[in-house]
Write a protein that binds this ligand. Structure first.
Ligand SMILES: Cc1cc2nc3c(=O)[nH]c(=O)nc-3n(C[C@H](O)[C@H](O)[C@H](O)COP(=O)(O)OP(=O)(O)OC[C@H]3O[C@@H](n4cnc5c(N)ncnc54)[C@H](O)[C@@H]3O)c2cc1C
Length: 578
């Protein structure tokens, strides 16, 4: 093993997606020393996949819009499980997030007179979603990277963080290794901002790519003494493709249904007639996912376990004009011509609404000096995410947390470090490299994904979740005998071992919380508890030491309470994008 490298900074940011970059920029603008690290190339963080847009009540198209209405829509869509204080912070500060991006050169789509264009996106009352073609996430990532470069923010996108370092409840850095050459890395820091994404890669069909969203944030935070909230609340997108295996879960935009696409089961039945006869394929994301899931589970799916989404009856020009990305993706990945043939799709794990428990004012985690933001955090989305809200959350809390971490780090009057914590982290990496176990990390990872797909998919039950936990316990035992084999190409295999550790912990948190949520609410469907239960209006909070506890959610403040409970038009025609 190579000699350990020691790095030192005032604030360490883990993650170079939109959330991590926004926080890094804030720190650098305040003159605070910052180091941002990531485990995949910074130009290709998960954020680049976001297509549809980013929300703020700018009122450029609908002047009646307001931050209060944005907050109300968010809370209602969350099935009243979101933390109203977090909702308020995001809605109130959203316009400022857009201003920042604009100032740094984000190429937003605009109206002829120069106003930023805004469109509908899901259950918003008004047109509130700003966008840049269907490459909004990519443009945000580019804009933030450009600004970070101007500020000379050091970014190392080949460091895998394996542990946060804590001494008596206070953070003092992190431990990891360089994925390219395996060099162990000890990083001393006064504060740490965790922006390492969610856990949707622990399902077999997922819109995440291979080495992202493997639950790293959950594990890093939980082992440092923080807690995980709402792990069971995961948004499933109705249409991910099934083949080829390494691209399973790649999304077919909801715009395909929006433009007139028809869903059929293997018997040729247009099954949405049974689930939402009025809105049919234009029903909401959670309902369409549930309908497809039910068809597949009840044996009316295709041989591969999917349903068929057909746009071939649409004029070819409509497909080329309105669905060009879908057309190209299917040609590229399956050599399938969607103007002539249906697409085989299935529900796909898409977004972690749960994550690290955080305070509303600063996204502190309860561990001194440790903050969590972006998809790694929780509290904004409750049981269902309003489309376009995750990107704005990155901007809003990236800025706020940068400011808070700066104040915390500059206010520290002493530094404490624990040699034992460093030794433990060091030993964990060394042991994995030294052991010659027989279990292959990637194979076990696949089995975790099978367990979660079979036992904690769109519909759950007590029996299924318990069976899942039994299987998970076996996998946890097998994971103590890993064989890791770095080779001339790099230390990816070591990274896969830690991906597996993250996935195992995230899977346990999810299964245990899903078991406790004995109701059906938003994205969480329990076949044995099909009704919503008002007594469960709150969060299940998990930690490896305390297990699951329940935290009731606060009532919405007066400023947007009435708007949140007001009747609304639930039609989504013209509002389906990604
Ligand atoms: C297809 C698709 C479309 C979407 N469309 C929209 C949309 O239109 N609007 C919207 O609001 N949201 C959308 N989303 C969701 C949104 O893109 C994400 O929630 C958001 O980009 C997450 O950003 P993040 O910065 O929190 O995390 P990420 O962008 O996932 O970044 C995580 C970072 O953490 C690093 N990391 C992880 N683990 C480690 C570790 N152990 N050590 C070191 N580094 C680590 C990674 O390398 C990466 O840099 C979409 C998502 C998908 C998949």
């Amino acid at each position: 093993m190579r000699d350990e490298r020691l790095l030192s900074t005032s604030v360490l940011v883990i993650g170079t997606g939109g959330a991590g970059l926004r926080a890094s920029i804030e720190l650098a603008e305040r003159g605070i020393q910052v180091l941002a690290v990531g485990k995949r190339r910074k130009h290709d963080a998960h954020t680049t996949l976001a297509a549809g847009g980013i929300n703020a009540a700018l009122g450029t198209m609908d002047p009646d819009d307001s931050w209060q209405q944005h907050a109300a829509d968010t809370l209602r869509e969350s099935y009243f499980l979101a933390d109203p204080a977090i909702v308020e912070v995001v809605a109130r500060n959203a316009a400022r997030g857009i201003d920042d991006l604009e100032r740094w050169g984000m190429p937003f789509a605009r109206e002829a007179d120069g106003r930023i264009s805004q469109r509908f996106f899901g259950a918003h009352r008004y047109r509130r979603t700003a966008y840049a073609g269907d490459y909004t996430g990519l443009e945000i990532q580019r804009t933030l990277l450009r600004r970070a470069r101007e500020l000379e923010v050091p970014i190392v996108d080949s460091i895998y963080i394996t542990r946060l370092l804590v001494d008596e409840g206070r953070i003092f850095g992190a431990y990891g290794f360089d994925i390219v050459d395996g060099t162990p890395v000890l990083i001393h820091a006064d504060a740490v901002i965790l922006a390492a994404g969610g856990h949707t890669r622990i399902w077999r069909n997922t819109s995440s790519r291979r080495d992202e969203n493997t639950g790293d944030s959950f594990r890093l935070a939980a082992l440092a003494g923080a807690r995980i909230r709402d792990a069971e609340l995961v948004q499933f997108h109705p249409s991910g493709i099934l083949e080829p295996a390494d691209a399973a879960g790649t999304l077919v935009s909801e715009a395909a249904r929006g433009e007139g696409g028809i869903l059929r089961n293997a018997l040729g039945e247009r099954f949405m007639e049974r689930y939402d006869p009025e809105r049919m394929e234009l029903s909401t994301r959670d309902r369409v996912a549930l309908a497809s899931y039910t068809e597949i589970a009840e044996g009316r799916g295709t041989e591969n376990g999917g349903v068929l989404l057909d746009v071939s009856h649409l004029p070819r020009e409509t497909i080329f004009e309105k669905l060009p990305r879908v057309y190209r993706t299917l040609i590229d990945l399956q050599m399938l011509d969607i103007t002539a043939q249906p697409i085989e799709v299935a529900p796909t794990a898409h977004y972690s609404m749960g994550g690290v428990w955080v305070r509303a004012d600063d996204h502190g985690t309860g561990v001194d000096g440790l903050y969590a933001i972006g998809e790694a955090s929780s509290g904004l989305h409750g049981a269902n995410r309003l489309g376009g809200n995750s990107l704005i959350e990155l901007l809003v809390y990236g800025r706020i947390t940068g400011e808070e971490a700066a104040a915390y780090a500059t206010g520290l009057t002493s530094i404490r470090r624990s040699p034992e914590a460093v030794a433990e982290a060091r030993a964990e990496v060394a042991k994995l490299l030294g052991d010659r176990g027989t279990e292959t990390p990637r194979m076990l990872q696949r089995q975790v994904r099978n367990v979660m797909t079979e036992h904690a998919g769109v519909v759950r039950s007590e029996e299924g979740l318990r069976a899942g936990l039994t299987k998970l316990t076996e996998l946890e035992e097998r994971a103590t005998h890993l064989g890791v084999h770095p080779d001339i190409a790099g230390f990816d295999d070591l990274a896969h071992a830690f991906d597996l550790y993250g996935s195992l912990l995230a899977a346990r948190a999810t299964l245990e919380c899903a078991l406790e949520r004995r109701e059906t609410r938003g994205a969480h469907n329990r076949s044995d508890f099909p009704e919503q239960d008002d007594a469960l209006r709150g969060s299940f909070v998990w930690s490896p030491t305390t297990g699951v506890t329940f935290e009731p959610v606060a009532e919405a403040p007066e400023s947007f309470r009435d708007l949140a409970y007001a009747d609304i038009d639930t039609a989504v025609a013209g509002k389906l994008v990604e």
